[in-house]
Design a protein around this ligand. Structure first.
Ligand code: ATP
Length: 555
């Protein structure tokens, strides 16, 4: 459950994102568009770094994965075959009073952080109703906050009803909230609208795909969809990749790109957006029977960690676990602590019908622990579906096994925007520091891992009106900028410049001073002050050593 301090923390992160140019509301000058976000100068660099690190870890640092870049709009039959046209929907309810749409399965989660619902729950701790407190609230604050709540319209009448049904009250306060929003005392209990306390309608499915028309005719036949995930293009191009590249199962195809979902209730900043980016891998493996026939055994999970080097006798289960562990390792390598992440194995009843196992990697966001990535063992469902719908064989001829089969797949599917939000949440810190004059102040710092930090080094001439210092600083900038993103700043006191870079998450700052230009003797000439963001310690470093020293931290 979100606490006040986590709400405040989130508000501070959102405000820093706007103030420093990480994330802006899309189309803000026209009032914004709900569920759409733009990345400003710092956000764009951060996002680019994250995508490049993912791409590098998947393709360049491995022999068994290749990349793909497919179109956003594809043949609509792809979404028929994948099941998205028929089943890619969320349950949606409409509020009878304010007419807002709400995702029915998220109502309770939303109500956890909404002050008016918290106030009602507080009148029935552990399910024991304090009638007087509830009545007082209904006639006072409640009447201003949620005028559409049935209780507010007839406080005494509703209180009598609740008192009669006191034995049904649950400690979480769900029944109490339902009783107080349902106008018809004899009808079934409704769900309360989180926005105004009105009654929500029964859930009905709402397809999340954005529709468009291809070509000028705009008839039913021209309907196409903006892709709701990047994965399907990989399945659709499976044959072309196999035929054109020297890949052999087990191998993967990965893709980074935009995805679109017409989410019913976009919320939690960028966490649930309508346009977002995904980084997806489809890792194709041999069916277990083929592995068994070829190697005489199938390696099983023994509860311990899976070897980091894949083995020929791995079946789907161990491949799945391997990818879960790889993904955790990657998140740690870009600065998310293991203790900020959770591994959630979906229960059998939660699994999609074709999935054999799905693990969600969750991040402890300020608004709750939520999904960052899903890693699903999807059998050969997708390729088989495309084989059936397109009439084209998706079989792979395995020379080692001398056999044809439709490969099975493990799918690690991550959201770029959720990861950016996780990195911002992980990095954000306010700490009390003492300045040179002994004054205490709060410094806001983003402790990004140097690999993802949007700016790697701030470069400052001590004084901007001293040409020797300025020229030397520009020389340092020109030395480093082909290698990394640096920021030259000659404005204001050095302490202020450090603080500005702390807020941007810049791990290193370099100050060019009189020592650098040899005014205090030859031994320090050609050295700069390197200041570390996290410890705020400073050291003297030779300019010539800077490229290697910094590259070792950021690559
Ligand atoms: P959720 O249950 O949160 O809606 P999902 O299980 O539907 O997510 P997937 O279809 O597995 O998500 O998509 C893979 C990843 O894409 C998610 O783990 C998430 O990081 C990202 N993602 C999905 N929907 C959104 C969205 N609306 N906004 C931002 N990222 C998203």
């Amino acid at each position: 459950m979100s606490t006040q301090s986590s709400v405040n923390r989130m508000e501070k992160i959102v405000s820093l994102c706007k103030r420093r140019g990480f994330i802006f509301q899309s189309s803000e000058i026209y009032g914004g568009l709900n569920g759409f976000w733009d990345y400003g100068p710092l956000g764009a660099e951060l996002k680019r770094n994250v995508k490049e690190l993912w791409w590098k870890s998947m393709t360049r640092l491995r022999d068994d994965i290749v990349g793909l870049e497919a179109t956003i709009i594809m043949h609509p039959n792809i979404w028929k075959a994948s099941g998205h046209v028929d089943t890619f929907s969320d349950p949606m309810s409409t509020c009878r009073a304010c007419k807002k749409l709400v995702r029915s399965d998220q109502v309770w989660e939303m109500l956890e952080t909404i002050p008016w619902a918290e106030a009602i729950r507080a009148t029935a701790p552990e399910g024991n109703l304090d009638s007087e407190a509830l009545l007082k609230w209904a006639k006072g604050k409640g009447s201003r906050l949620v005028p559409n709540l049935a209780l507010i319209k007839d406080p005494e009448g509703f209180l009598a009803r609740v008192t009669q049904r006191a034995s049904e009250l649950d400690p979480a306060g769900h029944t109490l909230l339902q009783l107080l929003c349902t106008a018809d005392a004899n009808g079934p209990l409704c769900m309360p609208c989180p926005h105004c306390g009105g009654e929500l309608t029964e859930p009905r499915p709402f397809n999340l795909m954005f529709k468009t028309y291809v070509g000028p005719a705009a008839t039913e036949e021209d309907i196409a969809y903006l892709r709701p995930e990047t994965a399907q293009a990989i399945f659709a191009q499976f044959k072309n990749v196999v035929d054109s590249s020297r890949v052999k199962v087990p191998f993967g195809i990965c893709q980074i790109g935009k995805a679109f979902r017409n989410e019913v209730t976009p919320r939690n900043f960028t966490f649930r957006s309508r346009e977002f980016e995904q980084m997806e891998l489809e890792f194709f493996i041999k069916p277990d029977e083929v592995v068994q026939a070829q190697t005489g055994s199938i390696a099983t999970l023994d509860g311990g960690p899976v070897p980091t080097e894949p083995q020929p006798n791995w079946g789907w289960e161990i491949w799945h676990k391997y990818w879960v562990e790889e993904r955790f390792r990657w998140y740690e390598s870009i600065g998310l602590k293991r203790s900020s992440l959770e591994e959630y194995w979906q229960k059998p009843e939660e699994l999609a019908h074709y999935a054999r196992a799905t693990v969600d990697i969750l991040y402890k966001f300020p608004f709750g622990t939520q999904e960052l990535e899903g890693i699903a063992a999807r059998s050969n469902f997708d390729l088989t579906q495309h084989q059936t719908h397109s009439g084209k064989s998706m079989e792979y001829f395995d020379q080692e096994a001398n056999q044809r089969y439709v490969p099975h797949v493990i799918e690690p599917s991550a959201g770029v925007d959720r990861l950016i939000l996780a990195l911002l949440s992980e990095a954000y810190e306010e700490e009390e520091v003492t300045d040179e004059k002994g004054n205490k102040e709060v410094r806001t710092v983003l402790r990004f891992h140097p690999r993802v930090a949007p700016i790697k080094a701030g470069i400052f001439p001590l004084l901007k009106n001293k040409p020797e210092l300025v020229n030397k600083a520009l020389e340092v900038r020109d030395l480093l900028r082909p290698l990394m993103n640096v920021f030259y700043d000659d404005g204001g006191a050095i302490g202020r410049r450090y603080r500005r870079q702390d807020e941007a998450g810049t791990p290193f700052c370099l100050t060019i001073d009189f020592d650098t230009i040899g005014e205090n003797g030859p031994e320090k000439e050609g050295t700069v002050t390197l200041r570390h963001r996290d410890s705020m310690t400073q050291e003297r470093v030779r300019i010539a050593d800077l490229p290697a020293l910094l590259m070792a931290q950021i690559s």
